[in-house]
Every structure is written in C-alpha cells, then in structure tokens.
Design a protein around this ligand. Structure first.
Ligand SMILES: [Ca+2]
Length: 217
C-alpha cells in the first residue's frame, strides 16, 4: 500500500512537471497577482489596490478581455495655476530590501488620443521604509528629479488605439527600504476639461538576481 502511494504521488508530480513548466516559470518570475486584470482579485486576496478614478474595464484589452482603466477630469479654472489636476491609479506592494533591483513593464493604450499636456499614463516603481516614507531610488534620491522610477509615457503624442510597451528600466532600492510598490498611473494637469485616461494591461514586476534574470521572493 505504501509503495502504491509513492508511485501515485510520483506519477502526479511527473504530470505536473511535464504539462506546466512554461506556465509555472512565467508565474514565478512575475511577482504581481492578476497581471492581466482578468480575475479582478480584491486587495485582501493579493489583487490591485485602486485609487481615485480607476476601474477594471472590458472596453480595451491587450490580452484576455479586461484591463485597468485609470482616468480623470482636469478642469480649467480662472485663477493660477488655471487648472485642477487629477492622479489615479492602481498598485501592489511587496517586501523589499536595500540594494534590491526591480523592473516593471506593461502595456498602455488610449483609444481616442489624449488632449493637452501634461496628461499621461505610466508605470512606476516606488520604495518605502518601514514607516511608509517614500524613499525614491538610488538613481533619483537626493536629486531634483522625481522620487519614483517611471516608465516612458502614453501621452498626446501617442497614436490612438496603439498599445505601447512601458518599461521603468531597472530601479535599485535605497538604504532603509522595506517595501516596493508597483503602480499603473494616470496623471492629468492639462486643464483640458475632458474626461480621459489610459488603459493598462499585462504588467510584469521582476526582482532581478545577480545575473539580471528575474526571481521570486
Ligand atoms: Ca487583460
């Protein structure tokens, strides 16, 4: 009986190894949950944390049938600075140590073209200490550049309806880092008096090993 059990377990293990090696590796290397926004997992199940004007959407999809839509309405006002801005987005958080290296990629699209500037969609990596203070990155901390590491943008110059590959490049966690947050973001300070935004899909957060391949944490 004992031998039969061992044989059965071995056969099951072999089946799993043979049938799913590629899928298993892809999931292990990408630390994010619900990377294509198909599952709509709540945050307490490891899903995306949404803020401001953000929603799962069936209107656009780079893969599957859903994406993340971050949008806003930046209105003009008759006094300086003559606009009211908006920032919306979604993120997931992971433990991270000082010196750890991270790269976030994904795809973004705007179906009708964004009006005005600045109005853009990006993916972004930010580091925080144990108290929740934003630390920036080794590349940007202490300088006049923005604290976070951001990707290239979907903006008014981006062709409507064209999915753009977004890439933060490699961001190195500074001294004191306790967590890393991976964002989709839409920023609109254009005062264009238009409801508009960017759809995101197929995000990938990589923790880089010494040989620059991704690893799980
Ligand atoms: Ca999708």
């Amino acid at each position: 009986m004992k031998n039969k059990t061992i044989v059965l377990c071995t056969a099951l293990l072999c089946t799993l190894l043979i049938s799913t090696p590629r899928a298993a590796h892809a999931d292990v290397d990408n630390l994010l949950s619900d990377t294509s926004f198909e599952l709509k997992l709540p945050p307490d199940q490891g899903g995306w944390i949404l803020f401001d004007e953000s929603m799962f959407s069936p209107d656009e999809a780079h893969s599957g049938s859903q994406s993340m839509f971050n949008w806003g309405f930046s209105r003009s006002v008759p006094y300086p600075p003559y606009f009211v801005g908006t920032v919306s987005g979604s993120f997931q958080e992971f433990p991270a140590g000082p010196g750890s290296r991270w790269q976030l990629t994904g795809y973004g699209v705007t179906p009708t073209g964004l009006k005005g500037a600045p109005a853009f969609g990006i993916v972004q990596v930010s580091f925080f200490d144990a108290l929740g203070n934003d630390l920036g990155t080794v590349e940007t901390a202490g300088s006049s550049t923005p604290l976070a590491r951001t990707s290239n943008k979907v903006n008014s110059q981006t062709p409507a309806g064209e999915w753009i590959f977004l890439d933060t490049g490699i961001a190195t966690a500074p001294k004191g880092t306790a967590t890393v947050q991976a964002f989709t973001l839409y920023v609109d300070f254009s005062g264009s008096d238009t409801s508009q935004g960017v759809y995101f899909d197929d995000l990938n957060l990589c923790a880089l090993k010494d040989d620059s391949t991704c690893e799980s944490i």
